[in-house]
Write a protein that binds this ligand. Structure first.
Ligand SMILES: C[S@@+](CC[C@H](N)C(=O)[O-])C[C@H]1O[C@@H](n2cnc3c(N)ncnc32)[C@H](O)[C@@H]1O
Length: 432
């Protein structure tokens, strides 16, 4: 079982406790029960209650990549155990093992059998199936793409297994909501009597200065229900208060319910980053943290500077930000290798007027050495993998092995998830 510093504990119901004491006392009067027996009975009562209320959640982590779901589970503070974790990519496996050497690992989900799934007896399945079959670059081949086979195989198992998980959390790219794979998923959920809610969420809604709009699905096996009203529509926000309020401010400026576990987790995250943005009573999304909160000051940026060829050819399509910006684009696995739509770059030299540079560059042809000289003044650099990991809300204890190349680090991070968003959703899913 994972050891957490801050378990969420449900207090033992005092009425039950009083009942046991009352019963024991009556018995004691009648049968002269010894104090030792009385103590034992109370001890067993407490043990039993603790076991049922604090039993570690059994999580089966599929398509585990570098372990983003595992990290999110840890960040909830809930007691849990990863009973199995499946991943085929060796680089991602290296990162996973580097951070979680103890977790049992398996490889291809295609090899998962009904007997194994039964034996795992997961309370929760957490998964981010491959997203390429649902993206434009991946040709949107959906269920016809071989990379969807393992998801279809899993859905087949979930239709059959006699002990289906009581909860499911799935993450994917925008586009999944229109796919046949999603239809197959909903068919299984409906057959097995789940209730579910779909979301499109980005970390920016949680006050993180990084866009990563993603599809999420939360499902619960009935008769269990969600702590909010579910709808057939995709929700584009979580149905709870996401306001920055500390204990001295009792109210906020939204009308949404406060979910304590979520509220505490977000407050803890934001107060560790920048107290100034807190205690406004307004939404975290209205006060995104500046990128400076995520950048390394001691970065040797010379080796991260964009190459001349890239600057000259692609300067018009770069998304350029600086340390005072409160946003940057989604980092994908092609970052540092491809330019278009793979993530922002940073202007390291803020003393140079970017508008005047671009006004002049606009009037010079590609290949003109003067154009390159002007662009070079901006000192445009890539974000480091560490900075990207921070923007994706990976905690500082999570590290990438030094043996990986920078390109490998970009690839595995680009495939991963935003930890704060998934932690929030897991807390919502686990709320009774
Ligand atoms: C979107 S990524 C998951 C990222 C993960 N949540 C993380 O935090 O890194 C999908 C992962 O599924 C893995 N994968 C694809 N097909 C698989 C299969 N049949 N069995 C196990 N893993 C698979 C890929 O190697 C990839 O790492």
């Amino acid at each position: 079982m994972e050891k957490n510093n801050y378990h969420i504990t449900k207090p033992i119901d005092l009425r039950d406790f009083k009942l046991v004491i009352g019963r024991c006392q009556r018995e004691e009067n009648r049968k002269k029960t010894s104090e030792q027996i009385l103590r034992k009975r109370i001890h067993y009562f407490i043990m039993e209650e603790t076991e049922t209320t604090h039993r570690a959640l059994r999580i089966l982590e599929l398509y585990s990549g570098i372990g983003g779901m595992h990290v999110a589970a840890k960040e909830t503070g809930l007691p849990f155990e990863i009973v199995g974790s499946y991943e085929i990519n060796t680089t991602a496996l290296d990162v996973y093992r580097h951070n979680f050497p103890q977790t049992p690992k398996a490889y291809n989900i295609m090899g998962l059998t009904l007997e194994q799934l039964t034996a795992f007896a997961p309370d929760i399945i957490m998964m981010s199936p491959p997203c390429q079959p649902f993206t434009r670059q991946g040709l949107k081949r959906d269920v016809a793409d071989a990379r969807t086979s393992s998801l279809l195989h899993l859905l087949g198992l979930l239709e059959e297994v006699h002990n289906p998980p009581s909860k499911i959390l799935l993450e994917n790219v925008v586009g999944f909501e229109k796919s046949l794979a999603r239809e197959r998923l909903l068919e299984m959920l409906s057959k097995r009597n789940y209730t579910w809610q779909e979301f499109l969420l980005s970390p920016t809604q949680f006050g993180i200065p990084n866009s990563r709009l993603r599809y999420y699905l939360l499902a619960k096996l009935q008769p269990a229900s969600f702590c909010f009203t579910v709808s057939n529509e995709l929700k584009e926000a979580v149905p709870f208060c996401l306001c920055a309020v500390n204990s001295s401010l009792t109210s906020c400026n939204c009308s949404k319910t406060r979910l304590n576990s979520l509220y505490n987790m977000l407050y803890k995250y934001h107060s560790s980053k920048n107290v100034a943005t807190l205690e406004t009573g307004d939404l975290y999304s209205d006060f995104p943290l500046p990128l400076s909160s995520y950048l390394n000051n001691d970065t040797n940026y010379e080796q991260l500077l964009l190459k001349d060829k890239i600057l000259d050819k692609y300067c018009m399509i770069l998304d350029i930000v600086d340390r005072n910006f409160t946003r940057c684009c989604c980092f994908t696995k092609g970052y540092g290798h491809y330019v278009e739509g793979t993530g922002s770059v940073i202007r390291q030299d803020m003393n140079v007027d970017i508008s005047s540079v671009y006004n002049k560059v606009n009037n010079l042809p590609v290949g003109d050495p003067k154009r390159l000289d002007l662009l070079k003044k901006l000192k445009l650099r890539y974000f480091t993998p560490d900075e990207i990991a921070k923007l994706m809300c990976f905690p500082s204890w999570f590290t990438l092995p030094q043996s990986l190349t920078v390109r490998q680090k970009y690839r595995v991070l680009g495939n991963s998830i935003n930890i704060l968003v998934v932690t929030s959703l897991l807390l919502i899913l686990c709320e009774e």
